[in-house]
Design a protein around this ligand. Structure first.
Ligand SMILES: *[C@@H]1O[C@H](CO)[C@@H](O)[C@H](O)[C@H]1NC(C)=O
Ligand SMILES: *[C@@H]1O[C@H](CO)[C@@H](O)[C@H](O)[C@H]1NC(C)=O
Ligand SMILES: *[C@@H]1O[C@H](CO)[C@@H](O)[C@H](O)[C@H]1NC(C)=O
Ligand SMILES: *[C@@H]1O[C@H](CO)[C@@H](O)[C@H](O)[C@H]1NC(C)=O
Ligand SMILES: *[C@@H]1O[C@H](CO)[C@@H](O)[C@H](O)[C@H]1NC(C)=O
Ligand SMILES: *[C@@H]1O[C@H](CO)[C@@H](O)[C@H](O)[C@H]1NC(C)=O
Ligand SMILES: CC(=O)N[C@H]1CO[C@H](CO)[C@@H](O)[C@@H]1O
Length: 788
């Protein structure tokens, strides 16, 4: 008896703890069962540990099975062999939060991440090691990559977080999108991929490894697809299931660029199409994009906001209807898991890009009707019934009879987010500012730095990426009788500085940055030099290091020259080549060095005549945290850096490219004072800066009859019905208008009774409730807008 009980106990323990993850040509299998897996990317350092449980819970409620993340090497190992896993870098805590929510994890170790992350996740010290070449068979690189990868795997194993140990992680990734760039690496690239595969395999994690965008991924690595559409993707081995590791839910935003948007219908179409064509694993890139805190944005010129138009917005709010429409899709796909992963597949081609795919098992069949034509609806007949499939859509019929879902028909509410002013008590509506200049005299007047070289260096080499700022300074002497003195002379700088400010003899002569996706540009300004000693000071600023491309690690940043002084006396002449002059270097700004942003900083600030439109200026204000729990943003309207350029401007001209910055609640003292410190490089007006909260302002729906629609103000009561019409209303959320036919019932009254005062209400859109207006036989719909 005793031994039997012991045995049972042992069996229980082993089965409860270890999960066997494998795969065949159809799907990932978990404990022997083929699975339909829906996964979403949430990068832990792009939110805070306080936000993680809510984000992951919303992922689960949105129908996800798994959360995927990269691991960010340069964040964890900022200095060689000195590690940081604290706060939002606490990878283990993030993985345990996934586990606590009962979801699976997908761990993309890389350690190359790309991800619009500074330098693609590579540490800059790695670049500065002698003879270093990234992502090829360079021994120094391979040693460092193996060292970091092994350390991450060991940490995760120690906490028993791989599924093989009873943990949540079902898949791991080595390298990342290497197939997109590997051509120029030649045979070394091929050898490197083999080495990556062997190295990963030797780490013995007990779950499959994936290699995305890698057509020659050696077995047993699984090659997978990334892109906006992956329905035509074919894995490189019949035993590899069709997996989509990056389905882009939107796109990232760049300084000077417009707000990226990918429609809900198109995201849903691409996913449904992927499953129609035999896909079984899909990951949304991103499910929550979040924020590039600190100096983590990649580049150059990627914004701090990494919202990505994802199903959860930057602050963690539901981005509706995207979130809800995809949740319904996930529920339908999960309900068909068995037929999708075990059914025999057959297709019917109806022509004009319309097709049906039937998944058939002994127990029953499931169908997809796809219409890949962007302009015309398809009318098809299937097993004696006729169906209309709207243009560019997929209809899903779990029983091959009844339409359960169509990607183009949204029955989820649209939420309009609003920003509200800070309502904290005794907070004046405007902030009270003090200021001080950045102390630049040593540089612009004296040209004095920390080290001197007779060469122009790449910024990465000098700063080790410890700062975005690097001064390059030199002195030039002219004699009274110098030919060009007093005539038209100019300073010409070939620059790869992301932003350049130039000073001559203490005077700011101009600034410039690269345009139109180019890396380099020529800065040229007329300058009056004096006889005797002249000081040239160039401040080079990085705005995120390159994160993608062939040999991207060696793309220059900073002022790599050449630098000339030219003169005009008839034809242009080069008066002096300064490239091999004595250059004095200084990393960083005084304000950062003196930690002006620390509350305990002793530096003097002035409250007198706070300047506007002044370059290189620090501003400081204290404020109270906004009341309540809504996410907090600071509105940097009025500040100068990153504003749209007039010549390229289409919308929001003169406004900053990114106006609002997320300030997570955990950064704030809920009671007492908080301090905001700003550094304005270009010149701006801080009097327009304010703190706000963001929340749902109004909610809309626009659905055909015989559907049920739920309206919710996200845990706040619905306060009024702004618009409602049942018939053929038109327009969009915020601008609905009545059509030519409308129910005579008072639709607004009906909805007021059902919804106002409630946090959510469910409306049965039927003629029984709203009456049956005569819309000449066309389907009737309800358009409604409620105020939260
Ligand atoms: C690669 O790594 C080795 C270190 O083993 C180094 O000495 C070598 O010069 C590196 N660079 C290239 C281009 O091979
Ligand atoms: C990484 O390298 C250091 C030496 O720099 C060594 O002590 C450590 O054991 C290595 N870690 C792994 C996991 O190989
Ligand atoms: C699926 O295909 C196999 C092989 O052609 C066949 O033996 C089996 O009966 C089919 N199953 C169904 C449900 O049609
Ligand atoms: C300087 O930049 C200009 C314009 O980009 C380019 O034509 C020129 O070749 C550059 N000079 C050098 C030496 O790189
Ligand atoms: C700011 O200063 C620049 C030149 O220093 C000037 O061209 C610009 O008009 C000023 N802007 C405002 C808003 O005063
Ligand atoms: C709406 O109108 C229909 C018929 O026109 C009527 O039967 C129904 O009771 C009305 N409903 C309400 C709530 O007024
Ligand atoms: C493979 C793929 O779908 N690439 C797309 C990535 O996104 C860019 C920008 O939107 C598209 O132009 C590419 O076609």
């Amino acid at each position: 008896m005793v031994s039997l009980r012991f045995l049972l106990c042992f069996l229980f323990v082993s089965s409860a703890y270890a999960t066997i993850v494998s795969h065949d040509g159809r799907a990932i299998t978990i404990d022997g069962h083929r699975r339909v897996l829906l996964s979403g990317s949430i990068h832990y350092p792009r939110s805070t540990p306080e936000m993680w449980p809510d984000l992951i819970k919303k992922g689960k409620e949105g129908g996800l099975d798994a959360i995927e993340t990269y691991v960010f090497w340069n964040a964890h190992e900022p200095t060689r062999r000195q590690y940081d896993f604290s706060g939002k870098l606490d990878l283990i805590r993030f993985l345990k939060t996934i586990q606590d929510e009962g979801l699976y994890g997908v761990l993309r170790i890389g350690p190359y991440a790309c991800a619009e992350w500074n330098y693609g996740g590579f540490p800059v010290w790695l670049h500065n090691m002698p003879g270093m070449v990234f992502r090829t068979t360079n021994k120094s690189f391979m040693d460092e990559m193996q060292n970091f990868t092994t350390m991450i795997v060991d940490m995760v194993k120690k906490e028993k977080l791989f599924a093989s140990q009873g943990g949540p992680i079902i898949l791991a990734q080595i390298e990342n999108e290497y197939g997109n760039v590997m051509g120029p690496y030649g045979d070394s690239g091929k050898a490197y991929i083999k080495w990556c595969a062997n190295m990963a395999q030797s780490l013995d994690v007990g779950v499959p490894w994936i290699m995305c965008q890698q057509n020659d991924a050696p077995q047993p690595m699984l090659n997978t697809c990334n892109g906006f559409y992956c329905d035509n993707f074919v894995p490189n081995n019949p035993n590899t299931p069709k997996m989509w590791t990056e389905n882009w839910t939107g796109w990232f935003k760049q300084w000077g660029g417009k707000n990226p948007h990918r429609t809900t219908e198109d995201v849903a179409f691409s996913v449904a199409r992927f499953f129609q064509r035999g896909g079984t694993f899909n990951n949304y890139y991103m499910y929550h994009g979040g924020t590039n805190f600190d100096r983590t944005a990649g580049g150059p010129y990627i914004t701090t906001s990494y919202d990505y138009d994802a199903p959860l917005d930057e602050y963690g709010n539901l981005n509706q209807p995207k979130y809800g429409h995809l949740k319904q899709l996930h529920d339908v796909l999960h309900s068909m898991e068995r037929t999708l992963t075990y059914g025999n597949i057959s297709t019917i081609d109806f022509g004009n890009s319309a097709s049906a795919t039937i998944y058939k098992t002994e127990e029953g069949s499931s169908c997809f009707f796809g219409n890949g034509n962007e302009n015309s609806d398809a009318k098809i007949s299937f097993q004696g019934e006729s169906y209309v499939i709207p243009a560019w859509s997929v209809t899903i019929l779990p029983d091959c009879k009844n339409e359960a879902y169509n990607t183009a028909k949204i029955t989820t509410q649209t939420s309009m987010m609003v920003k509200k002013p800070n309502e904290a008590e005794d907070t004046p509506s405007t902030l009270k500012w003090s200021w001080r200049p950045e102390n630049v005299d040593n540089f612009i007047l004296k040209g004095k730095g920390e080290s001197t070289q007779t060469q122009l260096f790449d910024q990465k080499v000098v700063t080790n990426d410890q700062s975005d700022y690097l001064w390059y300074m030199t002195t030039v002497k002219f004699k009274k009788r110098d030919l060009f003195l007093g005539k038209s002379m100019s300073l010409r700088v070939n620059s790869t500085a992301h932003v350049l400010h130039a000073f001559v003899n203490g005077k700011h002569i101009g600034n410039q940055h690269a345009e139109d996706g180019k890396f380099n540009y020529v800065f040229e300004k007329d300058v009056k030099f004096k006889s005797g000693r002249n000081v040239i000071a160039l401040l080079s600023i990085t705005v995120g290091l390159a994160n993608y491309g062939i040999f991207f690690e060696s793309k220059p940043a900073g002022i790599t020259g050449p630098i000339f002084i030219t003169g005009r006396n008839g034809d242009e002449t080069i008066v002096k080549d300064l490239s091999a002059h004595k250059w004095s270097y200084k990393t960083g700004l005084n304000g950062f060095e003196n930690q002006l942003f620390r509350t305990e900083s002793m530096s003097k600030w002035s409250v007198e005549s706070v300047p506007f439109n002044r370059t290189m200026t620090w501003y400081k204000a204290t404020f109270k945290a906004p009341l309540g729990n809504d996410p907090v943003v600071v509105d940097l309207m009025g500040l100068g850096k990153g504003a749209y350029h007039a010549e390229k401007c289409l919308t929001n001209c003169g406004e900053p490219t990114q106006r609002w910055y997320h300030v997570p609640r955990s950064f704030l003292n809920a009671e007492g004072d908080n301090t905001l410190v700003l550094f304005e490089e270009m010149g701006g007006n801080p009097s327009l800066v304010s703190f706000q909260t963001t929340r749902v302002g109004s909610v809309c729906a626009n659905v055909y009859e015989n559907k049920i629609i739920e309206l919710s103000c996200d845990r706040k009561p619905i306060s009024a019905i702004k618009f409602a019409s049942f018939g053929n209303p038109h327009g969009n959320c915020g601008s609905f208008e009545k059509g030519t036919c409308e129910s005579s019932n008072n639709t607004v009254d009906i909805l007021t009774q059902e919804c106002v005062g409630k946090e959510k209400c469910s409306i049965d859109v039927s003629t029984k409730k709203f009456g049956a207006p005569d819309c000449s036989g066309a389907a009737r719909k309800l358009a409604v807008e409620v105020i939260c």
